[in-house]
Design a protein around this ligand. Structure first.
Ligand code: UT7
Length: 346
């Protein structure tokens, strides 16, 4: 018997609202990672680091890098095509496209508009959201609100990043951590089924400077000086970010379980943001989860920010780690600071 089938005593918090049987479920998922692999050994030739340090401090062995000229919207569109095929939905049937990214192709038009054009999703409205590594979960919440309110029937949520374009390849503190890729989910009403049970979101803007790209916006527009001072790259206070990530990811996961009166033992698959193996292990230990409940792919992709849990969800579904009827729990943390969680019945 699957762990989620032990008891169906969890509740759907939406049941207390009058949605007349309407639920929002994930009808299809897809992901895309570029072909080029950058290994820890490759990084040893670029900065003062070692495979041993990266593996023991982060759990990352390799990451993917976009091909020259390959953009965030290219990767997002490919993940979206795969999610649409999985859901059996045509691009013209999409009502809305939400793209979570911190590496848009350009300030505007939005990456969502660029993906809309690439898909030929003529009827769809499109906009970007920015919640860093929490972006995909934020996107699920926004998307499900549109579905539950009957504003739209079919919403595409994409998490896509070309982090290699904002990584300082001379900074060993950060360049070993990140990778490129994209994941997508199609949200639809599924009458009578549980689908997305609850989504939690949170933020603490007071800690924004601990993880940021300082320049390139209106506060510090691009100039010769900002380029010279390398202010267009990711900067992170690693230790502080680590501590906040563990605390917030645990709290968010617990909040989702509490809202649904579910227990961690009922969850078949926990999908945490893939930033650091030690963060994932600490979160799992605090949640009293068993190691085999936790999905990990950061050894292969590193931290892909908004794409991270989207890619992992697709892989977990495709490999049979999540099966129909299972409970899956996403928990995320990122720049902002932002965090979130989602409990869903597959
Ligand atoms: O996606 C958003 C969320 N992101 C995260 O949650 C990331 C959170 N932070 C982390 O994952 C970890 O803090 C890091 C992996 C970034 C760093 O690990 P750490 O164990 O916190 O190391 P540290 O920053 O405390 O640095 C320890 C030492 C330092 O040397 P000293 O000062 O002790 O001599 C660093 O200079 O390790 C050194 N170091 C490296 N050594 C070899 C830092 N990066 C490297 C490196 N290779 N790549």
């Amino acid at each position: 018997m699957k762990s989620s089938q032990k008891s169906l005593s969890f509740i759907n918090p939406r049941a207390k609202h009058n949605f007349q049987g309407r639920t929002c479920s994930i009808a299809g998922v897809g992901s895309y990672v570029p072909e080029r692999v950058l290994t820890n050994q490759d990084l040893e030739k670029m900065v003062e680091t070692s495979d041993e340090w990266i593996t023991t401090r982060t759990g990352i062995k390799e990451r993917r890098l976009a091909a020259p000229g390959e953009t965030t919207s290219d990767m997002g569109a490919e993940a979206a095509r795969r999610a649409l095929a999985d859901a059996g939905v045509a691009p013209e049937d999409l009502d809305l496209i939400i793209v979570a990214t911190v590496t848009p192709d350009m300030p505007f038009p939005s990456t969502a508009c660029l993906i809309q054009a690439k898909l030929g999703a003529r009827r769809a409205a499109a906009f970007d959201i920015e919640a860093a590594c929490s972006g995909f979960v934020y996107g699920l919440e926004i998307g499900q609100q549109f579905v539950m309110s009957r504003t739209y029937d079919t919403v595409l949520v994409v998490g896509a990043e070309k982090l290699s374009s904002i990584v300082d390849w001379t900074d060993r503190n950060t360049c070993v951590l990140f990778g490129d890729g994209a994941g997508a989910a199609v949200l639809r009403n599924r009458d009578g089924a549980h689908g997305l049970l609850t989504v939690c979101m949170g933020a603490d803007g007071g800690k924004g400077s601990l993880l940021q790209v300082p320049a390139g916006g209106s506060a510090m527009p691009a100039s010769e000086e900002t380029v010279k001072r390398r202010l267009h790259y990711i900067r992170m206070e690693g230790r502080e970010t680590f501590k906040n990530a563990v605390q917030a990811m645990c709290a968010a996961a617990e909040e989702a379980l509490r809202r649904c009166r579910a227990d961690i033992s009922q969850v078949a698959c926990i999908i945490p943001h893939q930033a650091n193996r030690r963060i994932i292990d600490a979160v799992a230990a605090r949640l009293k989860a068993k190691p085999d409940q936790v999905y990990v792919n950061l050894d292969r992709y590193g931290n892909t920010s908004a794409a991270s849990v989207a890619i992992a969800l697709d892989e977990a579904a495709r490999s049979g780690r999540i099966q129909r009827g299972d409970l899956a729990l996403l928990t995320v943390f990122g720049g902002g600071f932002t965090w979130g969680s989602a409990l869903l019945e597959w």
